[in-house]
Structures are given as structure tokens and as C-alpha cells.
Design a binder for this molecule. Structure first.
Ligand SMILES: CC(C)(COP(=O)(O)OP(=O)(O)OC[C@H]1O[C@@H](n2cnc3c(N)ncnc32)[C@H](O)[C@@H]1OP(=O)(O)O)[C@@H](O)C(=O)NCCC(=O)NCCS
Length: 299
């Protein structure tokens, strides 16, 4: 895939006459990226950004005007079958000048140079028209729900050691997500703010479901939740909520069966809907074993 130098795309100039260019996003750029994101009130933390850079050191891009970061986009590739685009943001005062489209072009060029078969993303209503104009087609819906954890105890359990998990844990996730995302899962396990909820069969050997939670900028983020059936997924969610204090977000994949009444009963409120969109080789959407996603920037 392309190097840092090759990725610097000149982009005309902003209204003050400064040239705007797209470059690979580096760790040193994160304070700028966080500032743009915080103004949009998104929930990702510096840790979330660092994870994206670790998973994809040359696949995250930023737009700069006079060395100020004014926009971002990230790509995480899961092998050659699938890449996920996220964190497309342009600072408000720089919008409607083509920067969002240029960032998307950088992301798509990166996917093309890596011969990625299918590209997906979870689109906000504002982002949807831009993606559609680039050829993305809708494939389903993801809903953001907000509620409160049941725990009165502040603080978390610290890092979780993923060597406690058998390889069949990853196999369950492969089966649910259709492609392997083991590196991502390892990173999310390390960042768990409370112990994950795990469900195994009676022999304790075969995992049937899991739920993870991590810290967010505005609320704890619960996800992914993967389970063989919805009732089990809700049980796993309840176990995680019992460990979490304060506000909680989760992004629910709206699959075959509707469990909205379960959220409402727990006092959760729907915050927004996102459209899952895809480009390239048509594949099945994720299975109904995925109950809550890992994050809009991750799938
Ligand atoms: C979505 C977002 C990234 C788009 O960024 P942007 O830089 O404004 O995008 P562009 O300028 O490339 O395109 C936006 C519109 O401006 C228009 N435009 C582009 N250059 C223009 C110019 N010089 N003059 C006037 N309009 C222009 C485009 O045609 C497009 O119009 P349309 O919405 O009617 O199709 C930005 O609105 C944003 O950060 N929103 C909040 C975060 C968000 O929701 N992100 C999407 C996550 S899925």
C-alpha cells in the first residue's frame, strides 16, 4: 500500500488562500483529530484513535490547512475481503469545499491499492449522500441506543488477559462477522473497562456468546456483543450493564428479530440511526449473531 509521501494530495486552497492537502494520519496528529471530533460530540477516545493507527498505520488520513488538521478518515482492513471506513469528519468551517470527498478518495485509493474486495461503513444521515455519490449502496440499519449501567461502583477491572480465551472464541466471532477480526478483538479485550461477559456451553469448552465494554469520551461503549441467539445476547448485555456505572452507548445491528422493546424496558432511548453501506463485491451483511457492533468505525 502507498507510502506517506505518495499520499500527500494537494487540494487547492481554503478561503484564506492556504493550500489544503491530504496526508497519512500519524500519532502526532491525534490532538488535532480529537479536537475536530470533540466538536462533533462523538464518543471515541484517544485510545480508540491509537487503536485505529495500530491496526492501520498507513490507512488513516487527515486533511491539513496551514498545518492545522481540518478533517480525517480511517480505514481498517480485515484481510483482503473487507475494509471498514470510519471517522470521516471535516471541521465545520471547512465543509462543502470538497474536503470530505477528497478524504474518501484517499481512503478508497488505499483500499484499491490493497485489492480489497468489499468496503463497508456505517453512515450518518449527513454522510449518506456523499457515500451514495461514490457508489456505496445501503445494506441494513444500525441504531445507537443510550441508557445507564446498573453499577454504583466507579472504576473498572483493568486489562483483561486474552490468553484466558480459547481459539474457539475467535471462531465464534469469525462465524458471526464472516471475516476474521482477531487483531481487533485482542485490542478491544486489552481495553475492556470491566470484565467481559462470556457464555459457554455446559462443557465450558465451546463459547456461545460474548460482550465487551470500553471507555468512551461521553459514555461507556458496549460492543461487540455476539451470541448464538438474541435472548442470550440480552443476557450478556445485562451482565455487562451490572458491572458498568454511568451512561452507556451501544450500536445495535438491526437484524432479523426486533428487540427494541427490551431496550425500552431497560430505560434505553434511541439516539440515532445509521445506514450500513457497502461498495465493491456484494457479500451478505453480517449475520444476526452480531447483536451490537464493535463501533461505527470498526464494523
Ligand atoms: C459528511 C462530511 C464529512 C462531509 O464533508 P465535506 O467536506 O463537507 O464534504 P464535501 O465538501 O466533499 O461534500 C459535501 C457537499 O458540498 C458540496 N461541495 C463540494 N465542494 C463545494 C464547493 N466548492 N462549493 C459548494 N459546495 C461544494 C458537495 O457537492 C456536497 O454537496 P451535497 O451534500 O449536496 O452532495 C461533513 O459534513 C462532516 O464532517 N459531518 C459531520 C460528521 C459526519 O456525519 N460524518 C460522516 C460520518 S458517516
Amino acid at each position: 500500500m502507498r507510502s506517506g509521501k505518495e499520499s500527500a494530495l494537494p487540494l487547492g486552497s481554503d478561503c484564506a488562500g492556504n493550500s489544503v492537502e491530504i496526508r497519512i494520519l500519524r500519532e502526532a496528529d491525534l490532538p488535532g483529530a480529537l479536537q475536530v471530533q470533540q466538536r462533533e460530540n462523538w464518543n471515541q477516545t484517544e485510545n480508540d484513535w491509537k487503536r485505529l493507527l495500530r491496526l492501520s498505520p498507513t490507512g488513516c488520513f487527515a486533511a491539513f490547512s496551514a498545518e492545522n488538521l481540518v478533517g480525517s478518515v480511517t480505514v481498517v482492513a480485515y484481510g483482503k475481503d473487507l475494509a471498514w471506513i470510519g471517522m470521516l469528519l471535516v471541521a465545520q468551517e471547512y465543509r462543502r469545499r470538497g474536503i470530505g470527498r477528497q478524504l474518501m478518495r484517499a481512503a478508497l485509493n488505499y483500499c484499491q491499492s490493497g485489492s480489497i474486495a468489499t468496503i463497508k461503513l456505517d453512515a450518518t444521515p449527513v454522510g449518506g449522500p456523499l457515500y451514495e455519490s461514490l457508489g456505496f449502496v445501503p445494506e441494513g440499519e444500525v441504531e445507537r441506543w443510550q441508557g445507564a449501567g446498573f453499577s454504583k461502583v466507579q472504576g473498572g477491572s483493568g486489562p483483561f488477559r486474552n490468553n484466558q480465551l480459547s481459539s474457539s472464541f475467535y471462531e465464534l466471532d469469525d462465524r458471526a462477522f464472516y471475516v476474521s477480526r482477531r487483531k481487533l478483538l485482542d485490542s478491544l479485550l486489552e481495553d475492556c473497562c470491566v470484565a467481559p461477559a462470556l457464555q459457554t456451553d455446559d462443557s465450558l469448552r465451546s463459547p456461545q456468546g460474548y460482550a465487551l465494554a470500553r471507555r468512551g469520551a461521553r459514555a461507556h461503549y458496549v460492543g461487540p456483543i455476539v451470541a448464538l441467539e438474541r435472548r442470550m445476547a440480552i443476557g450478556l448485555l445485562d451482565r455487562v450493564l451490572a458491572r458498568l456505572p454511568g451512561q452507556v452507548f451501544l450500536d445495535v445491528w438491526i437484524g432479523g428479530s426486533d428487540s427494541r422493546s427490551e431496550w425500552v424496558r431497560r430505560g434505553f432511548v434511541k439516539q440515532r440511526a445509521m445506514t450500513r453501506m457497502s461498495l465493491g463485491r456484494q457479500t451478505a451483511a453480517v449475520s444476526d449473531l452480531v447483536f451490537a457492533i464493535a463501533g461505527p468505525e470498526l464494523g
